[in-house]
Design a protein. Sequence first.
Length: 287
Amino acid sequence: MPRRRKGAKFEQTLEFKRGRIVGLREAGLSYRAVAARVQRNSSTIMRVSKQWTDEGQTARKSVSGPRNVTSACDDRCLVRMAQTDRTASSRQLAAQWSTATGVSLCASSIQSRLLQRGLRARIPLYRIPLTQNHHRLRLQWANVHRSWRADWQQVVYSDESRFNLWHHDGQIRVRRYAAERHIPECIIERHSGRTSGVMVWGAVAYHGRSQLIRIQDNARPHVDKTVKSYLDSQQVQLLPWLAYSPDMSPIKHVWNIVGRRLVRDLRPVVSTDELWLRIQTIWNTLP
C-alpha cells in the first residue's frame, strides 16, 4: 500500500492541478492513485472531486475573514471626497462619511481604501502667493538673462533668512497621487510669520561665500539707504531682481541646507543665542 503523501503546510492547490484531479478521477483512478500522481492528500482529492460533482466547478472558495464595509462604488466616493478637500485627515473624512451615509467607518479603513487607490498623505509644496503680473515679470526676466553664461560667475547672491527657535514637522498633509505635487490643489501658500528666532544675512558666489552676519532689530540690510550709497561708491552693479521671487536665487538652496542640518540635530535649543551658534557652525562648514 503506497504511503500517503502530505503537501506542504498551507500550500494551495492551483486551478490547473484541480482540473487535473478531476480528469484523473474521470479516467477511473482511485483517490489514492490520484493523490500519488499530483502529490496531494487523499482528503484534498476527495474534496475537489466532491466540489466538481456538487457544484460543477473547482475554483477555490473565498477565504474567511471580515468583509469590506465599503463597495467599489463607495471607494470611488471616498476618493472624490479626499480630492475635494485635499488637507482633510482620515478622521475628518470618516466623520464626513458618517454624516453623509449614516454608516460608521473608522479612520484606518479610510486610509486603507485611499492607499489602495494610490492616494497617499504627503507633505504639501509651499509657495508664496503670486499674481499674474508676478508671473509675467518672471518670464520677462528669464528671457532677458537666458543667454548669460560666464556672467553668472561674477554675480554675488546675498539674502537674509530667519531660523525659528522651534521647528514644525509639517503636520498638514495633502492626499495626492505621485505626479500631483505641483498642481494648485496640493500647494499651500504661506507667509513669513513672527516667531522667536534668529535673522541672519549671508552671500554666496561661484567661488565662495561671505561671513555670516546676525541681523538685530529686524534690519533690512539689502534695502538700507546707507548700503545702497556704499555700493554706488564702490561701483557695484546691482542685478535687477523681482519682488516675491526668493525661489529664483541660488542662496535659497543654501538656506535649505542649513535648515535641514538644524532639524537633524536632535539636541534641544533653549535660546536664540544657542541657535545662532549652531547656525554659524553649519555655515562655516559649508564647502
